[in-house]
Design a protein around this ligand. Structure first.
Ligand SMILES: NC(=O)c1ccc[n+]([C@@H]2O[C@H](COP(=O)([O-])OP(=O)(O)OC[C@H]3O[C@@H](n4cnc5c(N)ncnc54)[C@H](O)[C@@H]3O)[C@@H](O)[C@H]2O)c1
Length: 353
């Protein structure tokens, strides 16, 4: 076990700064490097978070070569995930990589291969994994209370909440709502479905609303105009798994509806819904339908918890609590959805890395 943990950060946008804010709550963690290739950006963030000016770099490779560090938080935009993650894993660092693992399947495959070879660990930053609700949901499913899950829906919904900037550009984000918010719902669903193997996907994606919107829209943490939008605002698809079960995925940054339902799971013994967590059973005593809602659950602030857990696994030399195969499968499904939408038909998703 280490006394102190030395970390570097790649990317000084919102995610990099939020990561720094929560590292700052851990007195045994030192931020010893911060790289962003936009001149002045890491320097400004470093000044704000009390990180030494000598720790600031434009080039993450130079930072990795020159600074002695145990771990790296990769908080670059989606299409900037692969290079710093692979380079850090190749140097046997522990890596906290912000979600999604990557925007493309090819990048996710390269990251998986690097993680397999590394003496470091890869933890992709899905903070809902650490929430009280998702922990409880996993325990309920693992207890067998649902029986065999035969159908699930993974839903990520905003009514009008499309981010701007790098998030709507193909070159930086890779794709749209699916890789930005759909990933959370798909990852949560896969961690509850357990050891499943996806076989086929059929999907639709598009930006039918954003493309028709003439004015500047002040969306979710940024603004955009129709001509700037190069990625999908909406995605919906159906996944078939090798065990015969099926999952529907719905993801929207923009939609003219107040809800697209919540993520839920239908099992042979019970059903479970998230946000908020509820368990549904029929006791087969007459028509006795029962609903259980959790009580006295200690709320956990998931973002700081994610950073604390990561720093702890670095300190203790422990494995990542987030299984990287499930994270990789998120990429397999997103890639299948984007390919299916492009082809206009069901596609095979039995890809590996
Ligand atoms: N877990 C969450 O709640 C959460 C929230 C927001 C964003 N994110 C994720 O974090 C990542 C960053 O999001 P953001 O909002 O900070 O984006 P952003 O585009 O505002 O900032 C990313 C920064 O990374 C820098 N960068 C990109 N590639 C680089 C490279 N190779 N070397 C050095 N710097 C590089 C860019 O210059 C930019 O300053 C995204 O992948 C996003 O999906 C996660």
């Amino acid at each position: 076990m280490k006394d102190r943990v030395r970390v570097g950060i790649v990317g000084a946008g919102w995610a990099g700064q939020t990561t720094a804010k929560f590292y700052r709550r851990l007195p045994w963690v030192d931020i010893v490097g911060w790289a962003d290739f936009v001149p002045g950006k890491a320097a400004a963030a470093a000044a704000e978070f009390g990180v030494a000016p000598e720790a600031v770099y434009l080039d993450f490779d130079k930072m990795l070569d020159e600074v002695d560090m145990d771990a790296v938080s990769v908080c670059s935009f989606n299409n900037g995930h692969r290079e710093p993650t692979v380079a850090s894993l190749a140097r046997d660092k522990y890596v906290h990589l912000e979600k999604p693992m990557a925007a493309t399947l090819e990048d996710a495959q390269a990251i998986m291969r690097a993680a397999d070879k590394s003496k470091g660990q890869l933890m992709v930053g899905f903070q809902p994994f650490f929430s009280s609700e998702h922990k409880a949901a996993r325990e309920i499913v693992q207890s067998g209370a649902l029986g065999d899950i035969y159908y699930a829906e993974a839903v990520a919904h905003r009514r009008w909440g499309m981010p701007g900037g790098n998030f709507v550009k193909k070159a930086t984000a890779g794709a749209g709502s699916l890789v930005d918010i759909g990933v959370y719902a798909i990852h949560a669903a896969l961690t509850l479905l357990g050891d499943v193997t996806p076989v086929t996907v059929s999907a639709f994606t598009g930006s039918p609303l954003a493309k028709r919107y003439p004015r500047i829209n002040h969306g979710f943490g940024g603004s955009w105009t129709a001509d700037q939008v190069e990625v999908e605002e909406f995605a919906a698809g159906l996944v078939r798994f090798s065990n015969g079960s099926v999952m529907v995925i719905k993801s929207a940054w923009n939609s003219n509806i107040d809800s697209m339902g919540r993520s839920f799971f239908l099992g042979t013994k019970g059903g479970l819904a998230l946000d908020p967590l509820e368990l549904y059973v029929n006791q087969q005593i007459g028509d006795l339908n029962m609903t259980s809602v959790p009580k006295n659950v200690r709320p956990i602030e998931d973002w700081p918890e994610k950073i604390k857990v990561f720093a702890e696994i670095v300190r203790d030399g422990s494995p990542s609590p987030i299984d990287r195969r499930a994270v990789f499968l998120v990429n397999v499904l997103m890639d299948g959805m984007l390919r299916s939408a492009e082809a206009g038909r069901e596609v095979d998703v039995t890809a590996a890395y």
